[in-house]
Design a protein around this ligand. Structure first.
Ligand code: ADP
Ligand code: MG
Ligand code: MG
Length: 192
């Protein structure tokens, strides 16, 4: 995957989040402030508008900077900073092994910036298991990623706004876990 291919994927996420806006907002309305759909849509609309090309590391870095400056809310700095950090390890031609490294950096960045670990009902629950999924199954299939997001449904949130809902956060998939499914699916598409 070179810079052009990666740019295509990042631009493609605009239509994904246009389509998934109401789903993500619906989840965030249950256990947050109801803006995750709008946040992701705004972020990737800005990426579509502002990120215009370069090598794969450059595209990742520009995507990250754009997400940081365009998404309000907790998810902006977490996703934004993660893309910037992934640009440090990405090769100009990203292969499967390199993608695994990138996903590890994605997880480590969210862990340190969000002070989060597994089982706290956040995007981290999907991101942290995706490298292993790629390693074991050789792909990042939508169904498999969705199953990871599904696991957050029965968790009790202890980070972010959802933590205010305590026990009541049970029964809803974490919005950030759901958006992470789409981002990681896009990164892995065509890498099988
Ligand atoms: P906000 O909560 O500020 O409105 P968003 O709604 O855009 O921001 O994003 C919420 C998502 O961010 C949550 O569903 C969760 O996945 C993620 N999140 C929030 N806080 C943390 C954290 N400390 N660590 C990891 N992820 C977090
Ligand atoms: Mg929110
Ligand atoms: Mg908010």
């Amino acid at each position: 995957m070179n810079g052009d291919k990666l740019l295509e994927k990042m631009h493609g996420l605009k239509s994904v989040f246009d389509e998934k806006e109401s789903e993500l907002t619906g989840l965030d309305r249950e256990i947050g402030d109801g803006d995750h759909g709008v946040n992701m849509k705004r972020g990737f609309s800005a990426v579509h508008e502002k990120v215009s090309g370069g090598t794969a590391p450059e595209v990742l870095k520009q995507t990250g900077m754009t997400l940081m400056s365009s998404i309000g809310g907790a998810s902006g700095p977490l996703y934004g900073f993660s893309f910037v950090k992934m640009s440090d390890v990405a090769k100009e031609d990203i292969d499967k092994e390199n993608l695994m490294e990138m996903l590890d950096v994605f997880a480590d960045t969210v862990a340190s910036k969000g002070k989060v670990e597994g089982g706290e009902k956040t995007m981290y629950d999907v991101i942290s298991k995706s490298a292993e999924l790629l390693k074991e199954s050789g792909a990042l299939k939508l169904d498999d990623l969705q199953a990871l997001a599904q696991e957050t449904e029965d968790m009790i949130a202890t980070k972010g706004r959802a933590a205010y809902f305590k026990e009541q956060s049970k029964g809803t998939i974490d919005p950030g876990a759901q958006s992470a499914v789409y981002i990681i699916h896009a990164l892995g598409e065509g890498m099988e």
